[in-house]
Design a protein around this ligand. Structure first.
Ligand code: PLP
Length: 417
């Protein structure tokens, strides 16, 4: 059971809401930094461990900047994400480019920045060679297909996933890039998403370490960096436990000593590209109750909507809700908590037991620090909200302003008549 607490007092969040207006996402810098340090210390044994933050989770340069101060790199998969990493001051091998279905302009930029390019398919070897040239350091994304275990409802079974190359293709791909001038090699996989069982990550490491030994034995290819992807889950529900990062680190160390060391492949750099577990639990969507409605069910309408947080509407995902100031009241009212889209799945919660809600109440939706604001959209003319940072010194910084009507019209070439 995790206690779903807030990093601010009720008076503080009410004052912030008054000053900046709702809705907004707010992120807790200190908690994010502490958590990253915990991840790094779980892998302190590993030679040159590197976390590349999956930028898509929270593509805000202010967050990427303080993560960079903690030694965190960036995992990008598009041109704007590469440019964000560049602006933050990340360079070269601080950045990994794990894209798929990639346009040439993105490979050109990735090559120019000398980032680690992680190819999603063998057919991209020729494509990359033609549009930008094969870099000295190159990595491939491996799709293990049917696995003993692994795969879940979000990412699907690896066999059904569009990502990566098969084992057979992998063994043809390395010699091919070697012929084209590559001299240093990486390997990557990402087979699960939002997984709470730490053993999946240990098993993934075992699978990859064994593969690395096989690549060395059969092709003489020495892998320099193994990227185990992201996918570490977070406890969205109060009855879930956070993943034991120390356990993952310690168990992967055992497998490293069992497989990598005796085969003479130490040092091997271990990388992760986690997004969700880095920022997810440390972001909150703060919104106010606009309306209450009682028909066949009881509805609470917020001043935010699915455009501010898509996960509940998209996946039926659970996000915990706190009614500010009513934390200790009994949750004896059943509500659907909705946004204002003309879409019936625009609901943050369905049949949720909550304390009695009144118009004007401040509502905090938990765990919006990853894939929250980032998934926002403008459907129904909705404008994306601001992002605020609760800084380590306790002050508040607006790290992205709310969109305005002018932003909405900015892409329309239409003169007012
Ligand atoms: C989304 C993604 C990640 C991050 O996944 P999380 O679940 O946020 O840890 C890492 N790598 C790739 C290639 C991804 O697409």
């Amino acid at each position: 059971m995790t206690q779903k607490t807030l990093p601010f007092s009720n008076e503080q969040i009410e004052a912030i809401a008054q000053k900046y207006g709702t809705p907004f996402h707010i992120y807790d810098e200190k908690a994010i930094r502490d958590n990253v340090r915990r991840l790094q210390s779980a892998f302190a044994w590993a030679p040159d461990f590197q976390e590349y933050f999956a930028v898509k989770a929270t593509p805000n340069p202010h967050i990427m900047k303080f993560l960079a101060q903690e030694g965190v790199g960036a995992d990008c998969s598009s041109l704007p994400e590469l440019m964000l990493a560049e602006r933050v001051g990340l360079k070269g091998e601080d950045i990994v480019f794990t894209s798929n279905d990639t346009p040439s302009s993105e490979y050109v930029k990735a090559k120019e920045l000398e980032v680690i390019i992680n190819l999603d398919d063998s057919s991209h070897i020729e494509f990359l060679d033609k549009v930008a040239g094969i870099p000295e350091f190159i990595s491939f994304r491996y799709n293990p297909g049917p696995m003993r275990q692994g795969g879940n409802s979000i990412i699907g079974n690896p066999e059904e996933a569009k990502y990566g190359v098969t084992k057979e293709q992998l063994f043809e791909a390395y010699p091919k890039v070697q012929e084209l001038g590559a001299k240093r090699f990486g390997i990557h996989t990402m087979v699960i998403s939002n997984e709470l069982d730490p053993n999946y990550f240990v098993e993934t490491a075992r699978m990859m370490f064994e593969l690395i030994v096989e690549l060395k034995k059969t092709l003489g290819i020495r892998i320099e960096i193994v990227n185990l992807g992201g996918g570490i889950g977070i406890p969205y529900r109060p009855d879930q436990e956070p993943v034991d990062l120390e356990y993952i680190g310690a168990e992967i160390k055992k497998v490293y000593e069992e497989i990598i060391v005796p085969n003479g492949l130490d040092p091997l750099k271990i990388a992760l590209e986690c997004g969700r577990v880095i920022t997810g639990p440390y972001g909150y969507l703060v919104s106010r109750v606009l309306h209450k409605k009682e028909i066949y069910k009881n509805y609470v309408g917020l001043d935010s909507c699915m455009a501010d947080l898509m996960r509940p509407g998209l996946y039926g995902a659970y996000h915990h809700i706190t009614v500010v100031g009513k934390e200790n009241m009994p949750a004896d009212f059943k509500y659907d908590v909705t946004g204002s889209l003309c879409e019936n799945n625009d609901k943050f919660a369905i049949d949720r037991m909550l304390p009695k809600i009144d118009i004007g109440d401040l509502i905090v939706i938990h765990d919006t620090g990853a894939h929250g604001h980032a998934m926002g959209f403008n459907y129904n003319g909705k404008l994306r909200p601001a992002e605020l940072l609760l800084k380590s010194d306790g002050s508040i910084q607006v790290i992205r302003r709310a969109e305005t009507i002018d932003d909405y019209f900015a892409t329309l070439d239409f003169d007012v008549i």
